[in-house]
Design a protein around this ligand. Structure first.
Ligand code: BMP
Length: 224
C-alpha cells in the first residue's frame, strides 16, 4: 500500500496539465491533496477532472479556522468531491470543531486536524501550545492529523501520547525532510508536493519516495 499523498499546488498552469500529471503518477499515490491554489484556480470542475484523471482519496486542504457555521458551509460546498477536509485545531472545540466534526460525519467526509506545521513559524505559536492543541484534538477526535516531517519529534510525541489517528506529514523534499523520515518517526503518510510535481520525471520521483517509505518500514520504526 502506498503511503504517499501528492500535493497538487498549481502556479498558473492550465488544469489539463495537472490532470495529465495526476494520471501519470496515480499508480504511486495513496491520495491527492488540493488546497486554495487548486480550488481558486479550477473550482469544483477542477476537482471533477482530477478525480477522472486519478480516482484516489482526495483531501481538501482548506485549513479551516473559523466559527462552526462558516466552516460547515465551506465544507458542504465540497460534498461529493473530496473525502476529507483539513481544519486547524487552535480554533478550539466548542462552537467550532464540535459542530464541524458532526457535520462532516453526516456528509461522509473525514476530519483531519493540524497538530503542528512544517515551517519554522510553527515554533512561534502552535508548538509552544502543543499540550493544549493535543487537548483539543482529544476532544474533537478527528480521523487524521497533520504533523511535520521537518520536526519528527512532534510525530513521535503524538504516538507516545497514543493518538490513534492517521498522521499525514508534509515537509518532505522541497522543505528539507528526507523521504521516509516521517514514516520512520511514526507517520502513516507523507504529503509531498514540489519534489514530485516539479520534478523532470514526476513518476520516477514518486517511485523513489515510495521506495524510501518501504525501506523506512522494513528497517523498523520507533513508534506507530
Ligand atoms: P511541498 O512538498 O511542495 O513543500 O508541499 C507541501 C504541501 O503540504 C503543501 O500543499 C502545503 O500546503 C502542505 N502543508 C505544509 O507544507 N506544511 C504544513 O504544516 C501543512 C501543510 O498542509
Amino acid at each position: 500500500m502506498s503511503r504517499l499523498v501528492i500535493a497538487i499546488d498549481p502556479e498558473g498552469e492550465p488544469l489539463e496539465q495537472w490532470a495529465k500529471l495526476a494520471s501519470q503518477v496515480c499508480e504511486e499515490a495513496w491520495g491527492l491533496k488540493v488546497g486554495l491554489p487548486f480550488l481558486l484556480s479550477y473550482g469544483l470542475r477542477g476537482l471533477g477532472e482530477l478525480r477522472r484523471a486519478c480516482d484516489k482519496f482526495v483531501i481538501a486542504d482548506l485549513k479551516l479556522a473559523d466559527i462552526a457555521p462558516v466552516m460547515k458551509s465551506s465544507a458542504a460546498l465540497l460534498r461529493g468531491y473530496v473525502d476529507a477536509v483539513i481544519a486547524h485545531s487552535f480554533v478550539g472545540y466548542a462552537g467550532a470543531l464540535d459542530e464541524l466534526k458532526e457535520a462532516l460525519e453526516a456528509m461522509e467526509m473525514k476530519l483531519i486536524l493540524v497538530a503542528s506545521m512544517s515551517h519554522r513559524g510553527s515554533e512561534e505559536v502552535i508548538d509552544p501550545s502543543i499540550e493544549r492543541v493535543m487537548e483539543v484534538i482529544r476532544r474533537a477526535d478527528p480521523w487524521g492529523l497533520v504533523a511535520p516531517a521537518t520536526r519528527p519529534q512532534i510525530i513521535r510525541l503524538l504516538r507516545e501520547r497514543s493518538f490513534p489517528q492517521k498522521i499525514f506529514s508534509p515537509g518532505v523534499g522541497a522543505q528539507g525532510a528526507p523521504p521516509g523520515s516521517a514514516i520512520a518517526a511514526g507517520a502513516d503518510y507523507e504529503i509531498v508536493g514540489r519534489s514530485i510535481t516539479r520534478a523532470p520525471d514526476p513518476l520516477a520521483a514518486a517511485r523513489a519516495i515510495n521506495l524510501a517509505h518501504r525501506r523506512a518500514l522494513e528497517s523498523g520504526r520507533g513508534a506507530g
